[in-house]
Design a protein around this ligand. Structure first.
Ligand code: SIN
Ligand code: FE2
Length: 221
């Protein structure tokens, strides 16, 4: 009797989430972790964007960022001539940021726990909108008061290449192709590591069209 063929990786992924994969100290890729709830996440992205439209903020040096950013949660991240900071109101409207949707907080804290960070309770979520060609240059997420808590990042829509380096800008970066539903979590020894996103290639996502959306969750205060 012929031996039963071993299932390949592609087949295995049909039967449930892949095992977490470490790509740096304290940094974990959860391939497809958000796929089961991605419809609810995209509904919530649309609701947040309707209440607080994504906008191209300027760096403190005056350069417009290529991604359009909005936020939800108790506080939101902003950048302008005055610098990078968290605010409790949307400067475009003067209103509080939209509340964090329950579907966002739920998947973020489950993903953190799956990556080994228990009791993650984010108070801020940046919702980055990338049209094809938009990118995020290497930077560190360092404006949060609570650096003991990780960053949880969920990718939706078009794929993009995520760069994850080290403690200095010059450190060699690993490249991860992130697709719809992928989640990355970093914290502990890599909480302040440099990271970024290469220009998003042209494409069309069945629901989001020519767009990549990235949600990053933080405990800012
Ligand atoms: C960020 O680091 O702010 C965004 C990361 C991403 O878009 O994947
Ligand atoms: Fe970041």
């Amino acid at each position: 009797m012929p031996a039963r063929p071993l299932a390949d990786v592609q087949t295995l992924s049909l039967f449930g989430p892949e095992a977490p994969r470490a790509f740096g100290p304290g940094a974990v890729l959860l391939r497809g972790f958000a796929t089961p709830t991605s419809d609810a996440l995209m509904d919530a992205v649309e609701a947040v964007a309707a209440a607080a439209p994504p906008r191209r903020m300027s760096t403190p040096g005056g350069k417009p960022m290529s991604a359009a950013i909005t936020c939800c949660g108790a506080v939101g991240w902003v950048t302008d001539r005055k610098g990078y900071r968290y605010t409790d109101r949307d400067p475009s409207s003067g209103r509080p940021w939209p509340p964090m949707p329950a579907s966002f907080a739920d998947v973020a804290s489950r993903a953190a726990a799956h990556a080994g960070y228990v009791d993650f309770t984010p108070d801020a979520c940046l919702v980055n909108h990338y049209a094809p060609g938009a990118r995020m240059t290497l930077h560190r997420d360092e404006d949060e008061e609570d650096l003991d808590q990780p960053i949880v990042s969920i990718s939706l829509g078009l794929p993009a290449t995520f760069l994850f380096g080290g403690p200095t800008r010059r450190d060699r970066a690993v490249r991860l192709l992130l697709t719809h539903g992928d989640v990355v979590v970093w914290g502990g020894p890599s909480r302040l590591f440099y990271h970024g996103v290469l220009p998003v290639p042209e494409g069309r996502h069945p629901r989001l069209g020519p767009l990549r959306v990235n949600l990053t969750f933080r405990k800012a205060r």
